[in-house]
Design a protein around this ligand. Structure first.
Ligand code: SF4
Length: 290
């Protein structure tokens, strides 16, 4: 070994030594998670209020908006969407426009060079299959068929699908974004091995069953809507990725991660399985952007 290899620069050594930040403590059991869901739902409602779903945009509008929002802030998403609609009021115009013009219209959004052809491809596929851009037929399909139809569109993953189903179509689907994933994992509603992709199914089933059994004071769709909105709000206001404000959190008695931190313990040991399973979703891999 050369002297250089024997003594790596301090910055490299520090990087290697630094433990990864993880969101879990101890073992996880599905039954414990199910029992915890109703008090978590109630605690979030106490903190952030009851949320009522109202119809959002038309499903194709919601779909394009959600593609624009992938890895993007709310503000720049809105700016990109409004500019796109101003320049091309009809979806057919977006589909037929030169891709550079679509990219220019949405340039406020991150990864716009990738999103422009993706949006055009999605619109083309919808038109080919349906003869128009009206996706309201998805309201009438069995949920899993509607989900599969959306998932078959290029670059559309479980989060975008669940957002369109829940927000625009009023179906009981549960989108998991980075805030929902982090907060539910810290609370122990999903296990340490859950990925963002797998958490959709786990949480959706748990919420639906709890709602149907009367353990949650809302229909499955209403419960999923309220939990989604309140978990995101909680992730932004208190349960930050770095330095969550556990001392101000009403969910602390339910939260192993928060209790661990408040006890002054070391950060939990790294768990490789908590990494996001997104290897095929990178722009480089040509997958979806979720
Ligand atoms: S106790 Fe802390 S880690 Fe747990 S949900 Fe509240 S803010 Fe997040």
């Amino acid at each position: 070994m050369s002297p250089q290899e024997a003594t790596p620069p301090p910055s490299t050594a520090a990087k290697r030594a630094r433990p990864k930040r993880v969101n879990t403590v101890g073992a996880w059991a599905a039954a414990d998670a199910e029992a915890k869901l109703p008090p978590v739902f109630a605690g979030l409602r106490e903190m952030y209020g009851e949320r009522r779903w109202r119809p959002h945009a038309e499903p194709v509008d919601e779909l394009v908006l959600t593609i624009l929002s992938q890895r993007n802030t709310d503000r720049s998403t809105e700016q990109a969407y409004l500019t796109l609609r101003e320049r091309f009021p009809m979806w057919e115009q977006v589909m037929l426009a030169p891709v550079e013009e679509v990219a220019d219209a949405i340039h406020y959004a991150g990864l716009y060079l990738m999103k422009a052809p993706r949006i055009q491809e999605v619109l083309r596929r919808i038109l080919e299959e349906r003869g128009n851009f009206d996706l309201r037929f998805l309201r009438e399909l069995p949920l899993e068929e509607a989900r599969a139809w959306l998932l078959a569109l290029p670059g559309v993953g479980p989060k975008t699908t669940a957002i369109v189903l829940l927000f625009s179509l009023g179906r009981p689907a549960f989108p998991v974004d980075t805030h929902v994933y982090r907060v539910t994992q810290r609370l122990g509603l999903i296990g340490p091995k859950a990925t963002e992709a797998s958490a959709h199914g786990t949480l959706e089933t748990m919420i639906r069953v709890a709602s149907e059994n009367g353990a949650l004071p809302a229909t499955p769709q209403a419960a999923m809507f309220e939990l989604h909105i309140n978990l995101i709000g909680h992730g932004r206001k208190l349960c930050h990725a770095i330095s969550p404000e556990c001392g101000r959190c009403r969910l602390l008695p339910l939260c192993p991660f928060g209790q661990h931190r408040m006890a002054g313990a070391e950060e939990p040991a790294p768990a490789p399985s908590t990494r996001r399973a997104a290897t095929t979703n990178t722009p480089e891999a040509g997958g979806n952007l979720e």
